[in-house]
Design a protein around this ligand. Structure first.
Ligand code: SF4
Ligand code: FES
Length: 322
């Protein structure tokens, strides 16, 4: 009997791991973790067809495989390139990758306004983090930028098309989580825009998840807009009995008030269990939820900083330390 193994050895920035055949470079990097993980603005592990659009995840393959060690001539999208046995990949250790990433960020920011001071996504925006790490100090773009009017899509969601980077995540979310597909990308090239067909509202039960998957502030929660900067809120794991979804969420609190509710995200900013609109938009009383305790935000972003993880016991005076 011939022996088969699906363990493929890949080395990324000098760190090696064995993964199953078919694993992409990005997912192999995520298994290693830390600095070897390329940024991803359009790939979303739970959405079929996502990836391959934004080019932020480009990496250099310096050795193709054990059988064919030639380097790949061009940088490749790590979210859609499967690993080969013996492959060697450079992410942050490649100047070509860092230069390309800087170029990609510059392109993404051609039309994206730098309105972080008034954007609800500030502090948890993937593009803000990317621009902080790889962006230029000023723009070289001299032409007129695209601008759009803000659009209400349904009772709970506002679309700022001006901020959209056309990653398609919301389109896949609407397509794969809900029964009806009512929005998509219309037109082509620099005229492309997210649009609901003849402004139909997106009001099915799980559509609120488009807010969570959007890497920028293009889709915002109308029940939370302009209420607070996210870093002033306290994220708490919370759950409730819900007939439509798992009921497991994060309640972002200001004092005893629930300012917003989102799904729980992992360290890559991806939702693992999508939640329904009722949990997200309609359950804002503390009594609606069982508050479990402070949420650990495992992300290198403003939102991950300075969170108290130990619950302060009730009735403990705050200033009683000697
Ligand atoms: S609205 Fe957000 S999620 Fe949808 S395509 Fe634009 S950036 Fe992506
Ligand atoms: S995450 Fe790979 S191309 Fe966007």
């Amino acid at each position: 009997m011939s022996e088969t193994t699906d363990n493929i050895q890949v080395t990324i920035d000098g760190k090696s791991i064995s993964v199953a055949a078919g694993t992409t470079i990005l997912n192999a990097a995520r298994m290693i973790g830390g600095d070897v993980v390329p940024p991803a603005m359009c790939y979303y592990s739970s959405l079929k067809g996502s990836g391959g659009k934004c080019r932020t995840c480009l990496v250099e393959v310096s050795k193709g495989s054990e059988k064919d060690p030639r380097p790949m001539p061009k940088l490749v999208a790590s979210c859609s390139t499967p690993v080969m046995d013996g492959m060697e990949v450079k992410n942050k250790s490649s100047q070509r990758v860092l230069d390309a990433r800087q170029g990609v960020v510059e392109f993404l920011l051609i039309n994206h306004p730098l309105d972080c001071p008034v954007c609800d996504q500030a502090g948890e925006c993937h593009l803000q983090d990317l621009a902080f790490e790889h962006g230029l100090e000023k723009t070289r773009f001299e032409f007129k930028r695209r601008t759009f009017d803000k659009i209400d899509i349904g009772d709970y969601i506002k679309l700022h098309m001006t901020r959209c980077i056309l990653c398609y995540r919301c389109v896949y979310t609407a397509d794969q989580l809900t029964n009806e597909r009512e929005h998509g990308v219309m037109k082509r090239g620099d005229a492309s825009e997210i649009s609901t067909y003849i402004k139909n509202s997106l009001d099915n039960d799980f559509i609120g998840n488009v807010i969570d998957v959007c890497p920028v502030g293009a889709l915002t929660d109308k029940t939370f807009r302009f209420r607070s900067r996210v870093w002033y809120t306290k994220p708490m794991d919370a759950h409730r009995d819900c007939k439509k979804c798992s009921g497991k969420a994060v309640a972002w609190m200001i004092g005893d008030d629930i300012a917003r509710v989102t799904a729980r995200k992992d360290q890559f900013g991806e939702v693992k269990e999508f939640i329904c609109n009722e949990c997200r938009f309609e359950k804002k009383e503390k009594t609606d939820w069982v508050i479990e305790g402070p949420r650990h935000i495992d992300r290198r972003s403003v939102i991950g900083a300075n969170k108290y993880e130990e619950p302060i016991p009730e009735h403990t005076p705050l200033l009683n330390k000697a």
